[in-house]
Design a protein around this ligand. Structure first.
Ligand SMILES: [Zn+2]
Length: 544
C-alpha cells in the first residue's frame, strides 16, 4: 500500500483505493457511509446453539453472560478488533526512521501492539545507519514484510504480468525472499504478513508466501475482496479490500481528526450492535513528516540509480506535529471504547484460524456438503468452518473414490489451489457412461493429491470439461451413492459457473492506479490468474 502521490492534496489514491473517488472524476467525493455488513453470525450462532437446549441450560448461559459482563469480561461477539499497521518503506529520507521510532514508542507507552510491515531495503538501511534504537522500538511490535525494494522497477505486478502461474510463483520467491530474510535477520522476528507495494498486487505471490510460512495478506487494494470482510484466498488469511479503515485516514493536512473520530464512533456502534467486527487501519511513518512520498523518484516507470535519488524536503514543523497529534489523539480515542481491542497480524491469524484445517469430515457431512453444491459453485459457510470450492471438490472427489463402507473421516491437510490455466469452453451438456465418469473421478482425486491444485480440465475420455461442471455432476451422484442408491448408467455433465469469480475485480487501469507504474499499466493476465484462484476463496470466521 502506498497512497497519494502528492502530500499537499487529499490522499486521492487512498480514497480511490477505498472506492470513494472516481479517478476520472476526482471532484466527486462520496463520503456516504458504505453499508456495513454485520460481522456475520458469530453471536447469532452462539444463540442458535443455545436454542435446542433446555430452558435451564439457557438460563445458566444467560446468567454466565451477565456475570461475565459484571466482571468486565464482555462476550467476544461484540468486540471491535483494530488491526493497526504501518507500511515502513522509506529508505531515502533519514528522518522517516525517527518517525517510525516515535510511533512505535508512543504505542508501546499506550500498551498497544501494532504491525510494522517493513521493506527489505528499509531494514538494510536501518542496519547500515546503525539505527539499533529504531530497530529495538519496532521489535516491540509485530513485524511484517512489504517487498524487497518496493518501488524500484520492475515491481511485483510488473514482472508477474509476463509470467504464468508456476514461473510467477518461483519468480516471486527469487526476487522477494532475500528481503524477507533480511527483515527476519535484522528484526529477529519472522515477518507475520505481507502486503504489496502500492497496488502492485499479483496472485502468484500467494503460494510463495505460504511456502515461507506467512499466513496473512495484510493490505488495501481492490483486486480481490469479500464485501469488506476478512477472507481466505490463495491459502492465506486476507485482511484486504476492507471498508472502514480507509475512511479513517488523515487528509493531506491532517486536519480531519474530528471527522475521523465521528466516523469511527459510527462504525463502532454499527459493529458492536451487529456482533462485532474488524477494522484495518494503516499509516506510513514517512507520511507524518515528508512533503511527498520518497518513491516519487520512481514515478511513472522511472528507475534512477541510487546516486540520482532525490531527498524530498520535510514538511514545516507545525505540520509534522499536527500529524503526530492527529495520530496520538485518534489512538487514545479508539482506546477509550470498551469493546475496542487492538490486535497484531499473528493475533488476527489466530482469531480467524481456518476451522476446516482441524476438521475431520465424516461421510454424512460430505453428503450434506455435496447436496449444497449448485450449478453456481460457491464457497460454503458451515458450523465452525467455511469451505472454498477447491476444498469442496477435494472432499467430494475423495468420498466418491473411497471404499463404500469406509468412514474414517477425511481431512484437508494442505491448501488446494485453483488451476494454473483457463478451462476449456463448454456450451452444452456432455453425457458419458458411468464407468467413464467413475474413472475420471479417480483421476481428479489423484490430480488433486499430486498437484495440490484443481485441474483446469477434467477428461472424460477424449472430451474435456471445466472442473466446476464436473464437480456439480459429481456432487449430485455422491449424494445418491451415499444414500444407498445405485450408480446411474449414464451421467450428464452440464455447464456450470464458478460463482466466487465475482469477488475478483475486472481488469481496468483504475485497479492498478499507482503513480509508480508506467503510465497506463494494467494486466488482464494477472486478473485472469486471480480468477482461477477464486477456487480458494471463502469467508474467514472468528474462532474465538
Ligand atoms: Zn508501501
Amino acid at each position: 500500500m502506498r497512497p497519494a502521490p502528492i502530500a499537499s492534496t487529499p490522499r486521492l489514491e487512498d480514497l480511490f483505493l477505498a472506492g470513494l473517488v472516481d479517478r476520472e472524476n476526482m471532484t466527486n467525493l462520496d463520503f456516504a457511509m458504505l453499508a456495513l455488513e454485520p460481522n456475520r453470525q458469530h453471536y447469532g450462532e452462539q444463540m442458535k446453539r443455545l436454542l435446542p437446549l433446555s430452558r435451564i441450560l439457557c438460563a445458566i448461559a444467560v446468567l454466565l453472560l451477565v456475570d461475565a459482563n459484571l466482571l468486565g469480561h464482555e462476550p467476544a461477539a461484540g468486540k471491535v478488533y483494530v488491526v493497526l499497521w504501518f507500511d515502513t518503506e522509506d529508505y531515502i529520507l533519514p528522518q522517516s526512521d525517527d518517525a517510525a521510532k516515535r510511533l512505535a514508542a508512543f504505542l508501546t507507552e499506550q500498551g498497544i501492539q501494532a504491525t510494522f510491515k517493513v521493506v527489505g531495503e528499509k531494514a538494510r538501511t536501518l542496519e547500515r545507519r546503525h539505527r539499533t534504537d529504531v530497530i529495538a522500538a519496532l521489535q516491540k511490535h509485530a513485524i511484517g514484510y512489504h517487498s524487497n525494494t518496493h518501488s524500484q522497477h520492475p515491481t511485483p505486478a510488473e514482472y508477474e504480468s509476463l509470467l504464468d502461474w508456476e514461473t510467477g510463483v518461483a519468480e516471486f520467491s527469487r526476487r522477494e525472499r532475500p528481503g524477507f530474510d533480511d527483515v527476519q535477520r535484522i528484526f529477529k522476528q519472522k515477518p507475520c504478513c505481507y502486503g504489496q507495494p502500492g497496488s502492485s498486487w499479483a496472485p502468484q505471490a500467494f503460494p510463495s508466501l505460504a511456502s515461507w510460512g506467512v499466513g496473512l495478506y495484510l493490505d488495501e487494494a481492490e483486486h480481490v475482496g469479500l464485501n469488506g470482510q476478512p477472507f481466505y484466498y490463495g491459502g492465506l488469511l486476507n485482511i484486504f479490500n476492507t471498508r472502514e479503515g480507509p475512511q479513517l485516514r488523515p487528509n493531506g493536512e491532517w486536519t480531519n481528526i474530528q471527522e475521523s473520530e465521528d466516523k469511527f464512533r459510527r462504525f463502532y456502534e454499527q459493529m458492536t450492535s451487529n456482533g462485532g467486527g474488524l477494522i484495518s487501519l494503516y499509516f506510513h511513518p514517512c507520511e507524518f513528516i515528508h512533503s511527498q512520498f520518497w518513491d516519487m523518484n520512481f514515478a511513472r516507470g522511472a528507475n534512477p540509480t541510487r546516486e540520482q535519488w532525490q531527498i524530498y524536503p520535510l514538511r514545516p514543523p507545525d505540520s509534522r506535529e499536527r500529524a503526530f497529534s492527529y495520530f496520538e489523539q485518534f489512538i487514545r480515542y479508539l482506546k477509550s471504547f470498551p469493546q475496542v481491542q487492538f490486535i497484531t497480524g499473528p493475533q488476527a491469524v489466530r482469531l480467524y484460524a481456518d476451522g476446516a484445517r482441524e476438521h475431520r469430515f465424516s461421510a454424512s457431512e460430505i453428503v450434506d456438503i455435496a447436496s449444497q453444491v449448485e450449478s453456481e459453485v460457491n464457497f460454503q459457510v458451515l458450523g465452525a468452518y467455511t469451505l472454498s470450492p477447491a476444498e469442496i471438490m477435494t472432499l467430494v472427489a475423495e468420498r466418491m473414490t473411497a471404499q463404500p463402507r469406509a468412514d474414517t473421516g477425511v481431512v484437508l491437510p494442505f491448501t488446494i489451489y485453483g488451476p494454473s490455466l483457463p478451462s476449456p469452453q463448454m456450451t452444452e451438456a456432455v453425457v458419458v457412461t458411468w464407468s467413464q465418469f467413475e474413472c475420471s473421478a479417480h483421476d481428479v482425486y489423484r490430480f488433486i493429491q499430486y498437484n495440490h491444485q484443481i485441474p483446469n480440465a477434467v477428461w472424460l475420455g477424449s472430451q474435456s470439461v471445466p472442473p466446476e461442471a464436473f464437480l456439480v455432476a459429481m456432487a449430485k451422484i455422491a449424494r445418491k451413492l451415499m444414500n444407498g442408491g445405485a450408480p446411474p448408467e449414464r451421467v450428464m455433465v452440464a455447464p456450470a459457473r464458478l460463482a466466487t469469480e465475482q469477488y475478483v475485480a475486472v481488469d481496468s487501469p483504475e485497479i492498478w492506479s499507482w503513480p509508480i507504474f508506467p503510465p497506463g499499466f494494467h494486466s488482464e493476465h494477472l486478473l485472469e490468474l486471480a480468477r482461477l484462484q477464486a477456487w480458494t476463496l471463502k469467508p474467514a470466521k472468528q474462532s474465538e
